[in-house]
Design a protein around this ligand. Sequence first.
Ligand code: NAD
Ligand code: UDP
Length: 390
Amino acid sequence: MAASSARVDLDGNTINPFTICMIGAGGFIGSHLCEKLLTETPHTVLAVDVYNDKIKHLLEGPDSLPWAGRIQFHRLNIKNDSRLEGLIKCSDLTVNLAAICTPADYNTRPLDTIYSNFIDALPVVKYCSENNKRLIHFSTCEVYGKTIGSYLPQDSPLRQDPAYYILKEDTSPCIFGPIEKQRWSYACAKQLIERLIYAEGAENGLEFTIVRPFNWIGPRMDFIPGIDGPSEGVPRVLACFSNNLLRREPLKLVDGGESQRTFVYIKDAIEAVLLMIENPARANGHIFNVGNPNNEVTVRQLAEMMTKVYSKVSGEDSIETPTVDVSSKEFYGEGYDDSDKRIPDMTIINKQLGWDPKTSLWDLLESTLTYQHRTYAEAVKQSVAKAVAS
Ligand code: NAD
Ligand code: UDP
């Protein structure tokens, strides 16, 4: 679609093109947000990251591209780069996506996790506040931690009552496990940066929006170990299961795969972020859950559905034993713990921005696994053949 110059917001006001400093633009969500902004809006992106592989297709190409001149890549580490303040200053809005956000890191690299999600975000908040710039900061649904219902007796009828498990921005508590369960280092760091941003808003007038993504998935998420990431790396579940399917190995169900998640298609979720960007009057001062409450499954059900979908898109029969149980200690190491259930309440985002997710889990897996098969099947085949030969 061509970039349109006469865009209007939800209240009918003309949206003037603006400049967005996007930190973490080279990651999964950043790559989709860049694509959306460049192909469907007149806005300009200052893309900040240490990597740019996932946005290379937007950075390279002829000057005749409709977005030529509207994206600049700045390779910098926000931990220690004095150019950051200048980029924030010359933008109208900052979107901060930078983080360590892979569960395998939370208990094994807790210091890096806490520094990345709290300490490294501090200058971003400070520069936005001091320079009166709007901030959209990416937090996580994990700030809710475990549900209240998970602490009730197994046979309690209250476990079926939504009041005990639906996660609501303005009323649900944040329930984390003990300190020795270092899994919660991420959630706790994200919670503290949320509180700091909220306080900057209350005391110093910072215009902010906080996003709590609920398992956004789709093409370009994470990496396939040994292909475009380290062989020993453990990405998030979509990439772990994709890797198993591509290699014709059983999918590993951590602690029986009983945990429940709701998955939302990245393209639906990006629509919500664009609404926040273009409707500051409706988005400022709010915390938004962004997920799809209709796409709830246990991890075991996800594995079963992905196995079926992959068979369909690859034309290969599934293997005889499609799943295997592993303990969390074996899979993630000491200090892992899990969120039991994550269903977002959608009242606030629906009321403020009129957003609703559209894509079913089957459909989003079909388009995502088609991408995974097309992108990786040949490379995996070659790497397996090479390993067998050596
Ligand atoms: P991602 O890992 O794909 O992207 C993060 C990007 O930030 C990476 O490209 C990384 O190189 C960059 N980055 C990290 N530290 C940096 C630094 N110091 N300087 C410069 N760049 C740095 O992750 P994602 O899935 O795109 O997630 C983006 C944000 O959304 C994160 O804050 C994450 O916590 C949050 N989130 C995502 C999900 C999801 O479902 N994908 C769920 C919950 C929260
Ligand atoms: N998981 C699993 N097998 C894998 C990878 C993950 O069973 O190969 C489980 C993990 O224990 C968690 C869920 O899948 O219960 C989702 O994990 P993910 O890494 O995507 O992140 P989370 O939703 O926990 O933030």
